[in-house]
Design a protein around this ligand. Structure first.
Ligand SMILES: NC(=O)c1ccc[n+]([C@@H]2O[C@H](COP(=O)([O-])OP(=O)(O)OC[C@H]3O[C@@H](n4cnc5c(N)ncnc54)[C@H](OP(=O)(O)O)[C@@H]3O)[C@@H](O)[C@H]2O)c1
Length: 293
């Protein structure tokens, strides 16, 4: 089967650049939409120029958006909604992957302020996509490894502790840790897969469904020493969160839902990426952690 032509929006971003790489590796003719001022060989289009967006999406069969949540509200009309308008007008896009790649926003109706903005924005995009009748796949990706594994799930830390680690609550709540390159590979696999059409595909690689304490134990095993652990209660975590700046509060709210409440794992899923695509040799947490030795 001929591979879809794929347009990646936000292809210079942390996840977006990995999606570009995975799309090329899978043999998709791949385009990157980017602002004209960048000056490299890309689809030149601007969110402030509807016609340029329509022209860009007309060239492809599928669109993957990987702009960051924080940018979604940076314009009067959210960027992804503009992209949806362009796809609606162009009428040719057979699959759209909006910028999701995290906690399933449909399950976060009771999320805390101010972090709930991420989920509310993603739901607004979903509504627009579905109203426009654009075929979609929503990717729920679990925790980006670089953000969560590196710091052993301590917000604000990106390198694993060697002496002492703060455990969020009991440390026994299960989360899901996924190498960002694997997220990109799985996401690209869904593009031409009819099983993923108009579905949420969850990335839940079974060996990477671990609690913070299990993560710490793996790290201790690798460094061959025990860490001192200090538990932080949910109340103390939430009080500390209130003293932080806005962006940190948004991020800490997400940590809270994942590591105190278990929002990634407290439900069963139908479409799971490692089952749909067993050929992908996903990176195990132990192997990911070796890079910090
Ligand atoms: N599950 C997790 O643990 C987790 C963690 C982090 C993020 N995420 C999710 O992953 C997704 C991607 O996040 P990210 O951190 O990879 O994003 P990022 O690195 O901040 O990338 C943002 C991209 O959007 C582009 N962009 C922003 N404003 C634009 C504009 N006005 N016009 C054109 N392009 C614009 C940027 O282009 P420039 O290079 O030109 O600025 C860049 O390519 C988001 O949905 C986020 O919520 C999930």
């Amino acid at each position: 089967m001929e591979k879809s032509r794929v347009l990646v929006v936000g292809g210079t971003g942390y996840l977006g650049r990995r999606i570009v790489k995975a799309s090329l590796a899978a043999g998709h003719p791949t385009f990157v939409l980017h602002r004209p001022e960048i000056g490299i060989d890309v689809e030149k289009a601007s969110f402030s120029d509807h016609g340029s967006l329509v022209a860009a999406v007309r060239q492809v069969d599928a669109v993957v958006c990987a702009i960051a949540g924080v940018h979604i509200r940076s314009h009067q009309i959210p960027l992804q909604l503009k992209l949806v308008e362009a796809m609606k007008e162009a009428g040719n896009v057979k699959r759209f992957l909006p910028s999701e790649f995290g906690i399933d926003p449909a399950r976060m109706g009771s999320a805390l302020e101010p972090g709930r903005i991420t989920f509310d924005d993603k739901m607004a995009v979903r509504r627009a996509v579905e109203e426009a009748g654009i075929p979609f796949t929503y990717i729920s990706a679990g925790c980006f490894a670089g953000y969560f594994i590196g710091g052993l799930c301590q917000p604000g830390n990106i390198l694993p502790a060697k002496e002492r680690v703060t455990i969020l609550g009991s440390g026994d709540v299960k989360a899901i840790f996924v190498d960002e390159d694997d997220i990109a590979t799985y996401a690209v696999k869904t593009i031409d897969d009819p099983r993923a059409a108009n579905k949420t595909v969850y990335i839940r690689p079974p060996e990477n469904v671990l609690s913070q304490m299990e993560l710490v134990r793996i790290w201790e095993d690798l460094i061959e020493r025990k860490l001192e652990t200090v538990s932080l209660s949910a109340d103390d975590f939430l009080s500390a969160m209130k003293g932080e700046d806005y962006v940190s509060q948004v991020g800490m709210g997400h940590f809270y839902h994942v590591l105190y409440e278990g929002c990634l794992t407290n439900f069963d899923v139908a479409e799971e990426a490692s089952q749909l695509y067993p050929d992908v040799a996903y990176t195990r947490v132990r192997d990911y952690l070796r890079r910090y030795l």
